[in-house]
Design a protein around this ligand. Structure first.
Ligand SMILES: [Zn+2]
Length: 95
């Protein structure tokens, strides 16, 4: 038992396990796309997801808006965004 635990914690076993799970995601049922900002491939958890992370999504959004967005509009967007996330969570749509 203790021998098994020792094997599990070696860096090699750990990286092998991580690679296996990554491969499972990439050729699994979930679609894989390329982030428009950083170019990394990522697993699409939501149909409308175009970026690997909220950080990249925000960066792309800010980049596309050369003009200043009114703060009240930004607040509304943030509110809608968090509501959407909650709805998705309630429907079990989280990663
Ligand atoms: Zn990205």
């Amino acid at each position: 038992m203790s021998e098994l635990l020792a094997t599990e914690t070696t860096p090699l076993a750990d990286s092998r396990r991580r690679n296996a799970s990554l491969r499972g995601d990439l050729d699994g049922s979930r679609p894989v796309a390329v982030c428009r900002v950083c170019g990394d491939s990522y697993v699409k958890y939501r149909p409308w997801q175009n970026y690997c992370s909220p950080k990249c999504r925000k960066a792309a959004w800010l980049d596309s808006k050369k003009t200043e967005v009114p703060s009240d509009l930004r607040a509304t967007l943030n509110r809608i965004e968090s509501k959407l996330d909650k709805i998705i969570e309630l429907n079990g749509g989280t990663k």
